[in-house]
Write a protein that binds this ligand. Structure first.
Ligand SMILES: C[S@@+](CC[C@H](N)C(=O)[O-])C[C@H]1O[C@@H](n2cnc3c(N)ncnc32)[C@H](O)[C@@H]1O
Length: 270
């Protein structure tokens, strides 16, 4: 896996990468803060399937500590809390975080905390989490930050803890699966007329130049998780371009968590 601007090395490369990450974060915050009211995946049958598949794979146990990365307005966080998990919902947009907290209060869910932080710079105590979930958020991260996140996620999980990731998963056309997915997306949009053609053009630029949308293939996610030290990694296709990858931190299964136990606090590093 590699992408423009992500693979630089040499003096100053680290600083350039940090600046690029900061720019990505600013852009995502701006874009998603403008979508708080309109983001409702129930309009999309495929996204509804993605959420259902992720929740089925996550199988949260009562009292488990879950972290939802890029939580949006709580499509995962809220049902997980309804199933007895204690959820820390994280999103770069304060508006999304406010929406999760408001809906949790409306439903009387005490087990939801939410914090506005970029995934790229958040930190959690080692071994403090039973389950990390994320749906359709991590493709916004730069590739370097995806790999770093996998390393951090392994540390945050208790031994035996699980990572369940759903996202658009395809590369830039080097594999037959990539080409199949891209061709199908283009065909679906082309049938929508001028609006669809405009979206094809916009997405082609975004995907190729890695602006805002930076999906990678399922194999790339599996490789990053393997390199980070995850075990029992299993990938599957949910629908269309949506993939699901499940992985475990090696070690004994975590003991049942006590609901009154200490909760991890998300913090900026340093
Ligand atoms: C497509 S929405 C998905 C939301 C939710 N996971 C769902 O399934 O409905 C992507 C979310 O990721 C968040 N996001 C994007 N980049 C982020 C970043 N760097 N750190 C934290 N959240 C981010 C956006 O604010 C947005 O709420």
């Amino acid at each position: 896996m590699n992408s423009a601007g992500d693979g630089a090395s040499g003096p100053g490369a680290g600083r350039l990468a940090s600046l690029a990450t900061a720019g990505t974060i600013r852009r995502q915050r701006r874009v998603w803060s403008g979508r708080v009211k309109s983001w409702d995946q129930h309009g999309s049958a495929n996204l509804t399937k993605v959420t259902a598949a992720l929740l089925a794979a996550a199988r949260p146990r009562d009292g488990e500590q879950v972290v939802d990365l890029g939580c949006g307005n709580g499509q995962l966080s809220l049902p997980l809390a309804e199933r007895g998990a204690r959820v820390l919902a994280v999103d770069v947009s304060q508006g999304m975080v406010d929406a999760v907290l408001a809906e949790a209060a409306r439903r009387g869910l005490a087990g939801v905390e939410a914090v506005a932080l970029p995934i790229e710079t958040m930190n959690l105590p080692d071994g403090s989490v039973d389950l990390i979930v994320s749906s359709y958020a991590l493709h916004h991260l730069r590739d370097r930050d995806k790999a770093r996140l996998m390393q951090a996620a392994l540390r945050w999980l208790r031994p035996g803890g699980r990572l369940v990731l759903a996202d658009m998963m395809f590369g830039r056309g080097t594999s037959a699966r990539d080409r199949q997915i891209i061709a199908r997306k283009v065909a679906v949009l082309a049938r929508k007329g001028p609006g669809g053609l405009w979206r094809i053009a916009k997405n082609a630029v975004r995907y190729q130049l890695r602006v805002q949308e930076r999906p990678v293939s399922m194999q790339a996610w599996i490789s990053m998780m393997t390199r980070a030290g995850f075990a029992d990694i299993v990938g599957s296709t949910i629908v269309a371009e949506a993939g699901l990858v499940i992985a475990c931190r090696p070690g004994a299964a975590p003991p049942p968590q006590r609901a009154a136990g200490r909760r991890p606090r998300a913090a900026r590093p340093g």
